[in-house]
Design a binder for this molecule. Structure first.
Ligand code: C5P
Length: 247
């Protein structure tokens, strides 16, 4: 059994724009604590001993630049660059097509814009895939969740979904290679497009387990999110320094 990781990183980051004239840098290349967001993700996965290879899917015109970046941070032993697709699912499908996996190998997929993922959560996700066949990281909902109907002026509440029945899907999301391959093949045949791997696995009738997540593993999406991630990192460094000081 081997563990492969796919990082879809071919997005262009339009939601990050605050309305300025110049196009925003894709979120995965923004700098966080002096290091690109993508590199934070790669370091977390490279630190997990069981991870054999990480495939980063980027746009064709960025492949050379990303290879250089990976070499600069000394990550080339475990990380390979592949071409991305038109959407997240297409990027993951392209990466899946390049791997030569056994049915019982584990494939994890992680958004390249969740830089604060930690090796412990990655390890627990691998364990859950080995036990259940497929697993995602999910954050229990703290807000009351409403189902709505969109209107021209906003939305109208139609019902309340009990929050104990809700988790917010994060990444990594993973499955045994044979199950993920089947889920992708069925989605492609049906022209189904999903925003995560779990939705493809669910529609293929595959049970997906949930590994508890953390709010710090959020997706850099909007202006202000980099500042929030900087704050989390600074807090973690302060806590580590205080712990070292008391030992
Ligand atoms: O846009 P969204 O936030 O859903 O992006 C999630 C992940 O999918 C990001 O890491 C982004 O780079 C990636 N993506 C991709 N190929 C695309 C679009 C998005 O790999 N064509």
């Amino acid at each position: 059994m081997r563990v492969y990781v796919i990082l879809p990183a071919a997005g262009i980051g339009t939601r990050m724009s605050a309305g300025g004239a110049t196009p925003p840098a894709p979120k995965q290349f923004l700098t966080l604590h002096g290091v690109p967001v993508l590199i934070h993700c790669l370091r977390a996965f490279a630190a997990v001993e069981r991870v054999e290879t990480v495939l980063v899917a980027v746009r064709a015109q960025e492949m050379d630049r990303v290879r250089t970046l990976i070499a600069r941070y000394g990550l080339e032993a475990k990380v390979k660059v592949v071409e991305g697709g038109e959407n997240r699912q297409g990027s993951v499908a392209n990466a899946l097509a390049t791997v030569d996996c056994a049915d019982d190998d584990v494939i994890l997929v992680h958004d390249a814009v969740r830089p604060l993922i930690d090796p412990g959560t990655i390890d627990r996700t691998i364990d859950a895939v080995l036990e259940y066949g497929a697993a995602i990281v999910g954050l229990p909902a703290v807000d009351t969740i409403k189902q709505v109907e969109r209107t021209a002026h906003g939305a109208i509440v139609t019902s309340t979904i009990p929050r104990e029945r809700i988790v917010q899907a994060q990444t990594p999301q993973g499955a045994r290679f044979d199950l993920l391959k089947r889920a992708f093949a069925e989605s492609e045949a049906d022209e189904f497009s999903g925003t995560d791997e779990s939705s493809l696995l669910e529609r293929a009738g595959i049970q997906v387990a949930v590994v508890p997540g953390f709010s710090r593993n959020f997706k850099i999406t909007q202006p202000g999110d980099i500042e929030l991630a900087e704050f989390y990192l600074a807090s973690a460094e302060k806590a580590a320094a205080e712990k070292a000081g008391t030992q």
